[in-house]
Each structure stands twice: as C-alpha cells, then as structure tokens.
Design a protein around this ligand. Structure first.
Ligand code: DOR
Ligand code: ZN
Length: 423
C-alpha cells in the first residue's frame, strides 16, 4: 500500500487542508491530518486543482522524434500540471488505424508521466477524401473518442456530415480544425492591417467562421457532437454562442497564445509567432477572453506544436506554424484571465470540461474523497521567467521566452504518484 499525505494545500484556492492519498485515490481531506507512515509532501499553501487535461497536444511520435517524443512531450505535460493529454493524429504515419493509436497509447503508458488519449484521424492519411476506420480505433485498446484531421480541415461537407453521423454510435466527437482551404491558399498571417503593411498573404477570419457555421448546421442536422479546435476570432465566438443558444451540441477551445498575443507580433518577422490559425487582433483577443469567461468557449487547449530548429528558424514564409505550450499553459491563462477567473473556473475550463468532451474516465473529477488522485499544485505567488532552454519539451519554439509569468505549477500527481515537483 502506497500512501502520501499532501500537507497544507488549498483546494480551488480555498481554506488550507491536508489530503491523504492511498493506492492512487483520495481517502481523506481535512485540516491537520496525522501523517502516520505516509510519505509527506509539503504543499506550502499552494492551490490544489484536479490534474489538467489537454484536448489538443502534438506529440510528434511516430515520425518526428527529433521534435518531440511521447516521453518528452508527456514529461512537459506533467511539469505543466497535466495528468492527461489528447495526442493529435498528424503524425507520420498518420494515426488513422488501430495499430497507430494503440502504439501511441502504449508509449504513453510506458512513459508514465501522464495518460495519453490518442486522437484518431477522420480521413485516411489526413487526405480529406476517404473516411478512416473510426469504429476500429474506437474499439481498440486506445478507446479513441476524439477524431480530428487537425492541421487540416475536413472541408468536404458530405464527408464531415458522414463522420459526425458515424461517431454517434460510440459517443465520439469530431474536433474540427476550421479553415476553409480555398480562402487561405498561401496564407501567412491574419488578414488585416498588419498583413497589408507587411505584404504577407492574409488568412481571413471568415475562413474559420464559415466552416464553424457550416459544421454547427451539420451537427444540428444529424444530431451529433461537434468540437471546434482553437477558435481565434470574435466572429467565431459569436457563431458558437448563437449555435449553443439554439441547442446545437457544440463545444469550442481556445489556446493560451490566442488569449495573450496579437498579430502585431508578426511585424517582428520572427517566425516564433507564426501559428495556425494565426494570431489575430486585440479585438479578437478581447472577445476570446469574454467567451472563455462566460463559457461560450468551453475549454483551454494548448495546441502544443513542437518543431525542430530547422523547421522554425528560417524566414517567415517557409517556417512551420506552431508553438509549444504545455509547460506555460496554466500560467499564461492566469496571466490573460485574471482577475476575471476564479480557480474553480480555471479547473472547469482546463480539467473538468476537457475530460468530459474527450470522454476520459478518472480525469477532471472533483477534489473529493473516493476520486482518483490526479492532482496539480500551483504556487500562486511564484512568478518565473520562461527559459526555452530549461523546458522538458524537445523543441524550443515557445513565444513566451523571456516573459515573466505570474504563477507556477509546483507538483503533479498521476493516480497518487508524483510526476512533477518536490516529491
Ligand atoms: O500551428 C499549428 N501547428 N496549427 C496546426 O493546426 C497544426 C500544428 C502542427 O501540427 O504543427
Ligand atoms: Zn489545428
């Protein structure tokens, strides 16, 4: 029997208690608990949250182990406070068969830093033409429930409709990367004043909004569940809000970087700020924050997208889009959302709701006796300077290097086992 006593923590930022963990579950919560023969971990008044859950992580294995592996990416996740991540399907080979999703799931189990829920591709090879064997992936050991061609949009309306219909059989969800391809040919950054000044081809807001509107109509038509990846525009928030008001079963995510950064940064021509969808305007950032605060945007998802140096350190036009984010996500969200956000709301948006959308068992559960001890401790007074060289992710493409962030994850527990922090 392994037992731990987590001393002096504040669940959801409330009063100080101790938490006893026996065999991976919370068995007692209260002030001044007796340690007995438990190993003691000092929480030092830190905020206790349910372990974070990411709906959108690129782990790059198989295929681009030079940029990230399941091992390095999940260690980065644990250090960022995550106890489960959904691994996107745009690997090489693509995660479009039971064999590949089982491989990624098994690598996650072997690494042991956090649970890995593989996302299955919607179409074979992300080709956008032939539906992948979604049912086989759902029935596999990886129990896939989230399907996405992320990186690419399922732009064929008929195929999208059939995929939405198909996943109903096993309570799955299609997570759409909303980008109308014909409206974004050659695009390099947000279409607006800055793209005109810089002479770079624009990625207009309507290319995202048109697909979200269409997909909300399709989801309503077939009575299925739709999740919208990384919404980035004020108009997208409005469309999701209107669809929800009409009873459409749609959820949406926003990334930490879209909550904090704007397309003014493209004026540096530094490709560290190149990402897809692109950074938008301050008005979009404001609308995304308001949407996240009022629940129109259900969750924060990192879109952690590690890239090797040679893919990122080139001129803007040829650099790969993407930013790392697992190790900075919680602190960036606190920075962007305070003081509007309570710790409880943060737990809802970064743990509870993502676990529900992904149909993950044992994660995103309340901090209560009997629940699995998937936990995160945050020091709300510990500001820190982001140093790309100090991160566990194998890639260094963080847009937050040198930035001072206000809070820090100090410990993470996966089923009672410390995966990051002082223990
Ligand atoms: O910036 C991005 N990077 N957006 C995506 O949709 C894909 C991702 C990647 O895989 O690098
Ligand atoms: Zn995407």
């Amino acid at each position: 029997m392994t037992s731990w006593l987590l001393k002096d923590v504040r669940p959801y930022g409330e009063g100080v208690v101790d938490v006893r963990i026996v065999d991976g579950r919370i068995t007692e919560i209260g002030p001044g608990l007796d340690a007995g023969d438990a190993q003691v971990v000092q929480g030092a008044g830190g905020v206790l949250l349910p372990g974070l859950v990411d709906l959108h992580t690129h782990l790059r294995e198989p295929g681009r182990e030079d940029a990230e592996t399941v091992e390095t990416g999940t260690l980065a996740a644990a250090l960022g406070g995550f106890t489960a991540v959904h691994a996107m399907a745009n690997t090489d080979p693509v995660a479009d068969t039971a064999g590949v999703v089982e491989q990624v799931w098994r690598l996650g189990r072997e690494a042991g830093w956090c649970d890995v829920a593989p996302v299955g591709a919607v179409t074979v090879g992300l080709g956008g033409e032939q539906m992948a064997e979604l049912g086989t992936m759902a029935d596999s050991a990886a129990r896939v429930r989230v399907f996405s061609d992320d990186g690419k949009c399922v732009s064929d309306a008929s195929l999208m409709r059939r995929a939405l219909e198909y996943v109903k059989a096993f309570d799955g969800v299609i997570a759409q990367h909303a980008q109308e391809p014909r409206l974004t040919v050659g695009s390099q950054m947000n279409e607006g004043v800055n793209s005109s000044l810089l002479g770079l081809a624009g990625w207009p807001a309507v290319a995202e909004e048109a697909v979200i509107a269409r997909d909300c109509l399709l989801a309503a038509h077939v009575g299925s569940r739709l999740h919208v990846c990384h919404v980035s525009t004020a108009g997208s928030v409005d469309i999701v809000r209107a669809a929800k008001a009409r009873g459409v079963d749609v959820t949406a995510e926003v990334t930490p970087h879209h909550l904090l950064l704007t397309d003014d940064l493209a004026c540096t021509y530094d490709p560290i700020y190149k990402v897809n969808p692109p950074l938008r305007t301050q008005a979009d950032v404001d609308a995304l924050r308001a949407g996240l605060a009022d629940g129109t945007v259900d969750v924060v998802a990192t879109d952690h997208a590690p890239h090797a140096l040679e893919d990122k350190e080139s001129e803007w036009g040829s650099a790969s889009p993407g930013m790392t984010g697992l190790e900075t996500a919680l602190a960036v969200v606190v920075d962007a959302m305070s003081p509007a956000f309570s710790w409880r709301t943060l737990a809802t948006r970064m743990s509870e709701t993502p676990a529900v959308i992904g149909r993950l068992e044992g994660h995103g559960r309340p901090l209560a006796v009997g629940e699995p001890a998937n936990l995160t401790v945050v020091d709300p007074g510990r500001s820190w300077t982001v140093d790309a060289a100090q991160m566990a992710t194998r890639s260094s493409n963080t847009p937050f290097a040198g930035r001072v962030l206000p809070v820090r994850v100090v410990a993470t527990f996966l089923r009672g086992k410390p995966t990051a922090g002082p223990a």
